[in-house]
Ligand binder design. Structure first.
Ligand code: NDP
Length: 257
């Protein structure tokens, strides 16, 4: 392959769940800058419209698709909607996620299911919905969003950690299942990133800001745009022989003690 095309996503279409804010929008910006058209998925219509306007302002083709990724029926229809609106589907980013920070003894079963559905079952359902289109096209890229809690535990996040550990194992299983279809499935593990999700965490977890700054070798919180490069890499031909991995994007947090 010509080296200049290694990271080129011109003509490709990406579906980014939770692409209407935070890390997802950083990923969408990166994929758009590399030439991909973007279908942004989220629940809040206003945030979706703003994200589409933002991506179009950067010169990208973008559409917003309102959808609760925990809703099996809605997710099943999603891949077809992307193909109808943008003509094809090459890249799926399973990024949507939530957290309910409670100790295990305080966590209700309904809360357990809510987080598992949004973070883990959604990734399975979206991948399953996109698979036929990728299989027919003879290629595909799936990027799942894990967490430092894919590898560590915390007293205040048992269900989030379980869901994000599951994302890593789901990644490996999808990668083995679909390698013969030329579909690569990988996972990113963000460190502490400054988004709406962690603004709440700063209020709920004592001394979080100080501890993150102290433990992260890079000496700062991550930013949504820190995910643009890794997303382009894992969505492009540059990573065609990489599948089933879990790549920390954490400023060194996971290698420091
Ligand atoms: P945000 O809260 O900023 O973004 C979460 C996104 O997910 C929103 O765009 C939201 O859209 C969407 N979303 C949530 N639930 C659903 C749902 N049921 N259906 C459709 N969309 C949904 O958080 P982040 O950007 O920080 O988080 C993005 C991902 O990164 C998550 O999976 C999170 O677990 C992971 N992560 C984040 C870290 C961090 O430090 N920030 C660290 C490790 C992992 P809407 O509001 O429209 O529903």
């Amino acid at each position: 392959m010509n080296d200049s095309r290694l990271f080129d996503l011109a003509g490709k279409v990406a579906l980014v769940t939770g692409g209407n804010g935070g890390i997802g929008l950083g990923i969408a910006r990166g994929l758009a800058a590399a030439g991909a058209a973007i279908a942004v998925v989220g629940r809040k219509a206003e945030k979706l419209a703003a994200a589409v306007e933002h991506l179009e302002g950067l010169g990208a083709r973008a559409v917003g698709l309102p959808c609760d990724v925990a809703d099996e029926g809605a997710v099943t229809a999603l891949a077809g909607q992307v193909a109808d609106r943008l003509g094809r589907l090459d890249i799926l980013v399973n990024n949507a996620g939530i957290n309910i920070r409670k100790r295990p003894e305080d966590l209700a079963a309904a809360e357990w299911h809510q987080v598992m559905d949004a973070n883990l079952t959604s990734a399975f359902l979206c991948a399953k919905a996109c698979y036929p289109l990728m299989q027919q096209a003879g290629a595909g890229k799936i990027i799942n969003n894990g967490s430092m809690l894919s590898i560590f535990g915390a007293p205040w996040s048992p269900v989030y950690a379980a869901s994000k550990g599951g994302v890593v194992q789901l990644t490996k299983s999808l990668a083995t299942a679909w390698a013969a279809d030329n579909i690569q499935v990988n996972c990113i593990l963000p460190g502490w990133i400054d988004t709406e999700l962690t603004q709440r965490a700063r209020e709920q977890i004592d001394a979080l800001n100080e501890n993150v700054l102290k433990r992260t070798p890079a000496g700062r919180w991550g930013r949504p745009d820190d995910f643009a490069g890794v997303a382009v890499f894992l969505a492009s031909a540059a990573s065609d022989f990489i599948t089933g991995t879990a790549l920390p994007v954490d400023g060194g947090y996971s290698i420091a003690i």
